[in-house]
Write a new protein. Sequence first.
Length: 339
Amino acid sequence: MTPATDVLVVGGGPVGLAAAIEARLAGYDVVVLEPREGDIDKACGEGLMPGTLRALTRLGVDPGGHVIAGISYRAPARHVDHRFRSGPGRGVRRTTLHAALRERAAGLGIDVRHARVTALEQDEDAVRAAGVTARWLLACDGLHSTVRRLVGLEVPGRGRRRYGLRRHFRLAPWTDLVEVHWSRTAEAYVTPVADDLVGIALLGPQGMSFEAALAGFPELSARLAAAPAAGSVRGAGPLRQQAARRAAGRVRLVGDASGYVDALTGEGLRVGLAQARAAVLTLEDPGAYERAWSDATRDYRVLTGGLVAWATSPLRPGIVPVSAGIPALFGALVERIAR
């Protein structure tokens, strides 16, 4: 096969567009394949950590939103707050973030095509999908990656499955913190994304309903009692995904497609942006990308994996009391996540 372009990015969500921008800034010709049109929404917490904002700024992207000054863990009659030391984060609607990345990609002349990948072939020199032949393919097609399956890197899911739901409510934010409310079986993330809009993301077991899960958070339910919903409930999951490795020939898995632990720590986008950069810097060396991926995701995998293990154990009720009882440790963990 003769390559027609340098880099083919499959998936035009935020991580896919970031990977395309990274590749274009590195001097490569880029084609992005994305079956959906317009600004793509997703069930997520929408809180950008300070490090995520810095990574976007380096790419020339600065989406509008609402300031986030820190994190608050909350349970009935107990809470602990920590404000970021490294500068503010930002609550940003996923559609707003996607629009900003699309605009930047268009400004760099990146070719975005509306197409769906259903088959893939590659040889020593090139990889071909949806009629496009490229030197390398970056698979940024999400939790349920088609490319991951096509190249034989899919690993069957094991263990307890967790899911996410998200809905927006029309009211003025009452805090500049991301609040994480804990109930017996679920967590609720409260993220201010505009002066009159708050996003509520729920994480919990399969089959939970948004309304029933929300009722398990008395403080939050009282806040939202008179607020009109803005839009429908969106869902995602199961959250945990695994890949056998991150490279297969000329294909690299990036972002959620490369493996995902959970949304509990809110690091998904920061880690995805770091992977996008690593993938572009190591295109010629799949082993180097595997090592760079491991370095970029180590803290996320350890911290998030540990917190999920705690949250799904009989010791779950102690998460907020322990965090409140050792605020220095809670603050250190938040700073690690925010960097």
